[in-house]
Design a protein around this ligand. Structure first.
Ligand code: D61
Ligand code: MG
Length: 451
């Protein structure tokens, strides 16, 4: 049986789980299920909080924000469905979407769900190609059709697909400017996904092209939605694209093992041009005898992702609306943090590597202005730099990218005002990726999740 401790703060119950229970799947008693609502009783393990006590306050704030957001679920059944599902399929994007102003928030919520549905079709490896391709190609028309639906995916994704008419109903209530932007991006993404159903990611250009379809286009679409809401000048397509590429490449790197173990069939996005320098088959990276090559290949992938940082910082520095700024900046800071965690880390080939929940909460709490972003990119680039091994085949390239990022952050002239993300090494922090062996005097403040 799992033990948990319930703290009552300001009259709210907050559950902390003991080491024995997992962060991923706590099983609360029926009483606590009712008390807390199922999804939100994940404040973190007691052990993690004891090791990182300054995580506690940001975690608490995040939890209260999540509760507040849930109380705001709209009363109309179709909008209620859309927001409930948004929280279920993407906790992290739901948090940042939730804090936008009402009109833009509704458009972004529907944009997210439409593309998530399209991606559910793309990702379902049990659908035969001849069925899948026509659906992907015609998806931008299905969003106008309240009677259309196609059952696929699992769990919450299956609910999204089965009840897609509720998303269509909400879509049809958006302003025409928003509808056109969503339709255009859905059409282009569907066609791009269809192209890559029949084609492998061979070259680095293929990799950038695939990431453009599935994430760069989201960046273009969001810039259009911001513009349609009257809050932003239209950003250049190239900078908007980079925002998506940086996030998608980070996901592709982090999800190596999950994607290669996909049932009934793995779908891989690491480009042949990169991995073929290290192994004969992409799956060879997961075998212990190839550990050295695997980590070198991983570092090559991270170095490739770092190319986009400069554009991302440019894009964010032009944002003026505070809500839009936070919406864009939080995922970017999480991405550079995830890359810092994954770099030179064999665990990417062994299990799930994710930022500690408390560190995520800190990022959400502390990312408000461009100075915060420069500070976070500076800190995470420092961590990356300290992890570069001089013998790595791409060390010079990686270091020169990192130096460029560090310089941009320094030149902003705002670094001294921030709270750092790196803390002095603590002896109790045994499951941290500590840098003692690299000579770096800090302890990287994130841990492996327990799963
Ligand atoms: C500012 C703020 C958010 C941004 C942005 C700029 C630019 C681009 C993006 C968000 C998109 C980033 C995508 C990164 C995560 N990758 C995925 O979810 C993969 O699916 C890609 C196709 C569907 C994209 C749906 C989406 C995602 C985020 C959004 C959004 C739409 C709309 C609004 C806001 C954010 C990935 O999914 C599976 C998984 O990671 O579990 C895949 O299949 O590769
Ligand atoms: Mg996909």
């Amino acid at each position: 049986m799992h033990t948990h401790i319930v703290l009552y703060i300001l009259g709210y119950p907050f559950t902390l789980f003991s080491k024995k229970s997992t962060i991923q799947s706590p099983i609360p008693s029926p009483f606590h299920r009712r008390l807390l609502g199922l999804e939100q009783c994940k404040m973190g393990s007691l052990g993690a909080i004891l090791r990182h006590p300054d995580d506690f306050y940001p975690l608490l704030k995040l939890k209260m924000a999540a509760r507040h957001a849930e109380k705001q679920i709209p009363p109309e059944p179709h909008w209620g469905f859309c927001y409930t599902l948004l929280h279920k399929v993407s906790r992290s994007f739901a948090i940042v979407i939730q804090q936008l102003g009402t009109e833009l928030r509704n458009a972004v919520c529907i944009f997210y769900l439409v593309l998530r549905a399209l991606d559910t079709v793309e990702d379902d490896t049990s659908i035969p190609t001849e069925v899948k391709v026509p659906i992907l190609m015609a998806f931008h028309r299905h969003i106008y059709d309240r009677d259309w639906h196609f059952s696929c995916g699992t769990k919450d994704y299956k609910v999204l697909m089965d009840q897609f008419h509720l998303v269509s109903t909400a879509f049809l209530e958006l302003g025409r400017g928003y509808q056109e932007a969503i339709e255009d991006i859905t059409m282009r993404m569907g066609a791009g996904m269809a192209k890559f159903i029949c084609k492998e990611v061979e070259t680095n250009d293929d990799y950038d092209e695939y990431c453009h379809y599935v994430a760069g286009l989201v960046g273009l679409g969001l810039s259009k939605l911001f513009h349609a809401s009257g809050l932003k000048d239209l950003a250049s397509d190239s900078l908007s694209n980079s925002m998506g590429l940086f996030l998608q490449k980070t996901n592709i790197i982090r999800d190596y093992l999950e994607d290669i173990n996909e049932i009934p069939m793995s779908r891989m996005f690491w480009p042949h041009q990169i991995w073929s320098k290290y192994v004969n088959k992409l799956e060879d990276l997961k075998y212990e005898e190839n550990s050295v090559k695997a980590v070198q290949c991983l570092n090559d992938m991270v170095t490739n992702a770092l190319i986009h940082v400069d554009d991302c910082l440019k894009y964010m520095s032009a944002l003026r609306d505070p809500a839009i700024f936070r919406f864009c900046a939080i995922p970017q800071v999480m991405a550079i943090g995830t890359l810092a965690l994954c770099y030179n880390n064999i665990e990417v080939f062994r299990g799930v590597v994710k930022m500690r929940r408390g560190l995520t909460a800190k990022v959400i709490d502390r990312t408000r202005t461009m100075s915060d972003v420069y500070g976070a990119f500076f800190d995470f680039s420092c961590m990356l730099k300290s992890k570069v091994n001089k013998n790595d085949p791409n060390a010079t390239k990686t270091l020169s990218s990192l130096e460029a990022v560090l310089k941009t952050c320094r030149d902003s002239g705002t670094l001294n005002k921030r709270k750092a993300y790196i803390i002095r090494s603590q002896p109790s922090c045994s499951d941290c990726c500590s840098f003692h062996h690299t000579g770096y005097p800090f302890c990287i403040s994130f841990c492996k999740p327990i799963n």
